[in-house]
Design a protein around this ligand. Structure first.
Ligand code: CO
Length: 283
């Protein structure tokens, strides 16, 4: 038997309704976790202080007040400042879907909105905590890596390259997108668990155009799914890896992504993708 995962459930901000937070706290206890509850109307500073004092592996924030963006990201920022960003931070409550990527970019690993069950939360927490018994917060990525996410292929002409992947190989197009500011015209393809990203330059100044000139068409990058992208980047930075992105940014298909310099990965341009945990069902 390993020791239970310690979780702090906290309610930042001014709203005074904590029925939801209490249900989650009890539910996580029923799931075998050790849960501490702060009570209502806590400041981010108070929450972080308790998290450190109680040496929790996970902080769950609940908000119904509408102030979740500033409050949740402030908790994340304060955890980072204390060097405690290996504490898994999750949130829930009344949160519009549009705010979820903003919260994730701000350091909240996962957001559970109305309809999420406590057992889903527990499953997520179990899979993603990096602190606690048997977990070492050393600069290693292994417990954060969830698997290969996709391979990016640079092509001169998507229309010309596509039939091989769709008609011959059997991939299905799942997403098309032109990202002007990156100079990329992208098509995402899926076949079972496998995903590919075909990338065509939109103009000559695009990084894809540069890649095609220097190395020709072909494999452009390899992308791995990670549980907590900001945490993964912090660990990589600690380990001396060269990062092209120090914080997550939006990539093709709305994913939060970041790139490592090829120098740090045996010459392969390497992308990390925030695992949304919803992609098994996306087929
Ligand atoms: Co990619």
């Amino acid at each position: 038997m390993t020791a239970p995962i310690r979780v702090l459930i906290a309610k930042p901000g001014l709203d005074g309704h904590d029925r939801g937070a209490l249900v989650v706290a009890q539910g996580l206890r029923d799931e075998g976790m050790e849960v501490i509850y702060t009570g209502i109307r806590q400041t981010p500073a108070q929450i972080v202080a308790v998290a450190l004092q109680e040496d929790v592996a996970c902080v769950g924030l609940s908000s119904l007040s509408g102030a979740h963006l500033e409050l949740f990201t402030e908790v994340a920022r304060r955890l980072r400042e204390c060097g405690a960003n290996d504490i898994l931070l999750v949130g829930g409550g009344v949160i519009p879907a549009a705010d979820v990527p903003l919260l994730q970019a701000g350091g909240v690993a996962a957001v559970f909105t109305a309809g999420a069950t406590v057992s889903e939360m527990a499953r997520y927490i179990r899979a993603h905590v990096t602190r606690g018994p048997g977990k070492d917060a050393a600069a290693t990525l292994q417990e954060l890596v969830r698997g290969l996410h996709h391979v990016g292929i640079a092509v001169n002409d998507i229309a010309q390259a596509l039939p091989f992947y769709t008609d011959t190989m059997g991939f299905r197009v799942t997403h098309r997108e032109i990202i002007q500011e990156l100079g990329v015209n992208a098509v995402l393809l899926r076949f079972g668990e496998m995903q590919l990203e075909l990338l065509e330059p939109t103009d000559d100044s695009s990084p894809i155009a540069k890649h095609l000139r220097r190395r020709g068409a072909g494999t452009h990058h390899i992308a791995y799914a990670v549980a907590n992208l900001q945490e993964a980047l912090d660990r990589l930075a600690k380990s001396g890896a060269q990062l092209l992105d120090r914080t997550p940014r939006r990539g093709v298909g709305g994913h939060l992504i970041a790139f490592l310099h090829p120098k740090s990965a045996g010459g392969a341009l390497t992308e990390l993708v925030q695992d949304r945990g919803d992609e098994q069902g996306e087929r």
